[in-house]
Design a protein around this ligand. Structure first.
Ligand code: CMP
Length: 139
């Protein structure tokens, strides 16, 4: 059965570009509710830990530097089929391939600076949510 939460980060490029409000409106208009949210900045160590699964990839160092370069908005979102529906809303990892009207088509710069993260499975949604939020920060 599909899970009902996903984890997201509005990435440093979209924060710098002034797109937090527009992106949150798209998320809420798409029927997601906010279970937890924080405006924060990842240290390089924390960003490296979060993306440890990509450690062997050639873009890992660049990814860690980018994700720790400025503040992000981290959130846990709830909706039926949250993981799948959220990935549809944000569009493909590479904005050049993202469907028109998706968050990445509208706000991402390139495959590295791609505006927003969305969990890729129910299992990772739980792991990523637990990485960023204590039980007392969830409503
Ligand atoms: P995200 O969905 O947050 O998960 C992994 C991230 O790695 C991805 O978004 C991109 O920002 C980044 N990424 C994936 N492929 C590449 C690539 N070819 N070059 C640079 N960054 C990448």
């Amino acid at each position: 059965m599909a899970g009902n939460i996903t984890f997201t980060m509005i990435k440093p490029d979209a924060v710098k570009g002034g797109h937090i409000g527009s992106i949150l409106k798209m998320i809420c208009d798409a029927g997601f509710s906010i279970k937890a949210m924080k405006f924060t900045k990842l240290s390089a160590e924390k960003a490296g830990e979060f993306y440890a699964i990509h450690k062997e990839r050639p873009f890992y160092a660049e990814l860690v530097a980018f994700m720790s370069s400025g503040p992000i908005v981290a959130a846990i979102l709830a909706k039926e089929n949250a993981v799948t529906d959220f990935r549809t809303l944000i569009g493909a990892t590479n904005p050049a391939q993202a469907a028109p009207g998706t968050i990445r088509a509208l706000y991402a710069t390139n495959v590295g600076e791609n505006a927003i993260h969305g969990s890729d499975s129910d299992e990772n949604a739980k792991i990523e949510s637990d990485f960023h939020f204590a039980g007392t920060e969830r409503f």
